[in-house]
Design a protein around this ligand. Structure first.
Ligand code: SAM
Length: 369
């Protein structure tokens, strides 16, 4: 018999679940959390609640799958030290820009100066990728901005702005920004706007808008952050040396067959010339969900969690956020030498659109067995 709505909700941890009204998008994407789109991040308020439960005030937290840096940003906001690891260089660049400390006057000077120089800046020669995915004016503006960025102390901030504008300016339909397959060169019927839309021709308006938005968001975060340390390690969490002892792990691992974390930011790798380590990415969708792929995933995540558990203070918890619809985590925890202490189910509020529908995930709280 199907579970009734009441019995389903009875097991949901309401302190970890929010409706759109309780937690509107504006708050879920506060300050630096909206510097660049990122599929598959968790919301800052979930991290705040997990910190309240599992990480002592002024404690030190580790996230071995740090992604866009939600754990690190919230650690800085709440007065905790943090270390974040990620295999994807763009994610590390983004985390670095979010967590760095800035002199707001110097930052504003650089960003506005780059915008002032943009109309006269010379583009470099476009690569095959740029010629395929951008209209000529957009390609020239992006490449000119890329050349300018290198002149500034805040080059990395400008590189994140460039990536965000490059995402918006691709020759794609409005409804396929996450996973475009082929360039869209002609006008098309847009399901999102219910009218005929045209592919983007120019990138300069995005560069301008995102530069000013980034400036405002970095300043806003500068006013609420503490001076605690956020350390970013780029590499494979199965292999990196983790510095010091931690009070907790708070993380959301990738899940097999869902997202390619390198591929979703392909434009950034192409334009910024970043290191691509996708063959080390755990659970990458491109690898599929064959038995062999799932076995490799289980082995990989277990290795990471075991390593992290070894760096925790005695009795300290790992809070792992996951939607384990394949039931892989009992084996992962066992292999990692962990014991499940609690499972908190949360209801995930998803905005309307293609990904609408009821969705739940679990916070698994584990400790060394
Ligand atoms: C679900 S996302 C984490 C999102 C993060 N909680 C946030 O709020 O942005 C999982 C991350 O694990 C990273 N990852 C995958 N394999 C990895 C590995 N071997 N070592 C370190 N990170 C890895 C991916 O690049 C991705 O950013």
């Amino acid at each position: 018999m199907a579970a009734t709505q009441e019995s389903l909700y009875a097991e949901i941890d309401l302190d970890l679940s929010w409706s759109e009204r309780e937690l509107p998008e504006r708050e879920r994407t506060k300050h630096v959390h909206r510097l660049h789109p990122y599929l598959g991040k968790f919301i800052p308020q979930l991290v705040e609640e997990l910190f309240r439960r599992y990480v002592p005030a002024r404690g030190r937290v580790l996230d071995p799958f740090a992604g866009s840096g939600t754990t690190l940003v919230q650690a800085l906001e709440s007065g905790r030290d943090s270390v974040g690891v990620d295999i994807a260089s763009f994610n590390c660049l983004l985390m670095g820009v979010k967590t760095a400390r800035y002199d707001p006057f110097a930052l504003e000077h650089d960003l506005r100066d780059a915008l002032r120089r943009l109309p006269d800046a010379e583009p470099t020669k476009p690569s095959a990728y740029v010629r395929t995915w951008y209209a000529s004016p957009a390609a020239e503006q992006l490449l000119a901005f890329r050349g300018l960025a290198a002149d500034y102390e805040h080059a990395d901030v400008l590189r994140v702005v460039l990536a965000r504008a490059a995402r918006s300016a691709r020759l794609t339909t409005h409804f396929d920004l996450d996973f475009p397959r082929v360039p869209q060169r002609d006008p098309y019927w847009c399901h999102k706007h219910k009218r005929e839309c045209r592919p983007v021709e120019h990138a300069d308006h995005f560069l301008r808008r995102y530069t000013l938005d980034t400036l405002a968001r970095l300043k806003e975060f500068g006013r609420v952050r503490t001076r605690r340390e956020a350390m970013i390690l780029h590499g494979d969490a199965r292999e990196l040396d983790l510095p010091g002892r931690f009070d907790a792990v708070v993380t959301s691992p990738p899940y097999p067959g869902l997202i390619d974390y390198h591929e979703q930011h392909r434009y950034a790798y192409e334009l910024l010339g970043l290191d691509d380590l996708r063959e080390r990415e755990l659970g990458a969708a491109a690898r599929g969900t064959s038995r062999a792929a799932l076995a490799a995933y289980v082995e990989g995540v277990a290795a990471v969690l075991e390593r992290c558990a070894g760096m925790l203070k005695r009795g300290a918890p790992l809070a792992i956020v996951v939607n384990d619809r394949r039931g892989l985590y009992p084996e992962i925890l066992e292999r990692a030498g962990l014991r499940l202490d609690a499972r908190h189910r949360r209801h995930v509020n998803r905005r309307t659109g293609r990904r609408a529908g009821e969705y739940f995930e679990d916070v698994l709280v584990a400790r060394r067995a």
